[in-house]
Design a protein around this ligand. Sequence first.
Ligand SMILES: NC(=O)c1ccc[n+]([C@@H]2O[C@H](COP(=O)([O-])OP(=O)(O)OC[C@H]3O[C@@H](n4cnc5c(N)ncnc54)[C@H](O)[C@@H]3O)[C@@H](O)[C@H]2O)c1
Length: 334
Amino acid sequence: MVKAVVLGAAGGIGQPLALLLKSSPLIDELGLYDIVNTPGVAADLSHIATPAKVEGYLPPDDGLAKTLKGADIVVIPAGVPRKPGMTRDDLFKINAGIVRDLATGIATAVPKAFVLVISNPVNSTVPIVAEVFKKHGVFDPKRLFGVTTLDVVRASTFVAEKLGDLSLSSKVVVPVVGGHSGVTIVPLLSQSSHPLPASISEDDYKTLVHRVQFGGDEVVKAKDGAGSATLSMAYAGAEFSFKVLRALKGEKGIVAPSYVSLEADSAGAALLTKELGQELAYFSSNVELGQEGVVKINPLGKITEAEQKLIAAALPELAKNIATGVGFGTEARL
Ligand SMILES: NC(=O)c1ccc[n+]([C@@H]2O[C@H](COP(=O)([O-])OP(=O)(O)OC[C@H]3O[C@@H](n4cnc5c(N)ncnc54)[C@H](O)[C@@H]3O)[C@@H](O)[C@H]2O)c1
């Protein structure tokens, strides 16, 4: 029996994510929690003819603990999305406390569950969850994941567009490494399963990289004040959740980029640190998944000079974001 939980399940991401999870035969029970509307979302989803039993709770009467009870995987899209003009710092100020409180609930109720963090800024919210778990003495770095899959999904789509064949988009695999905002997002296009045309100009390459790094802005702008990516994020969140669940059920060899604590695999981290030339506590690289979570953190491998420059540009920002998250989380520990 597998129980999945969505925290923030009534939101723009939460609802379609819950729908996709409910549609999956991998899940037997689905717990939905939000500060509003979850009984309604749960009642609606519960009529869908798939096996998962759905329950929705609100904060009163220990709703969070009830939702989490018995969870194997907890996905967190709770928080405020970015609006035009809002910086990542603005977002952090609001979402940090929300993530801290939900992490406290998880650490208390289901400390062994896999935790998948969607709430932005992921570069900082993942360290907050880790610090809260450390405070409770239950931190297992193999079980905590920042969901960067939307960057991977965007890279696949944009490369397929460049190749002039959208039907390839679900087959194109591009490792996207680093972190999950702006310049910290580094698509390793040279490692794409479907290489870009050799004739691609430097300008076209730069535009493509920029589009993967700042694809979120396209959506924020187009939604014009109504929020950020929700449907594509729900798709990406479900895709990564299914990978974690397939690994939990014993499938071997599943590899996907995710933003994880480098404590999850010290040998892998040592290789990666050598490649980066700098020690970081968190990084998104291709991660091999298993029944206990992270099995291996893969190195970057062979990358081009242009990609080395992108990594160099990502590192200072990433280090700053990590320090912000750890700082907030450490304060929460006191
Ligand atoms: N990782 C990614 O790639 C990615 C992509 C897009 C958005 N996001 C982030 O996901 C988050 C959610 O985005 P959205 O568009 O769904 O926003 P939304 O406002 O539509 O939904 C957020 C939901 O969280 C709920 N919520 C707020 N505080 C809560 C709490 N303490 N406990 C439980 N639920 C709570 C709200 O009631 C709301 O239903 C944002 O932080 C956004 O920046 C991440």
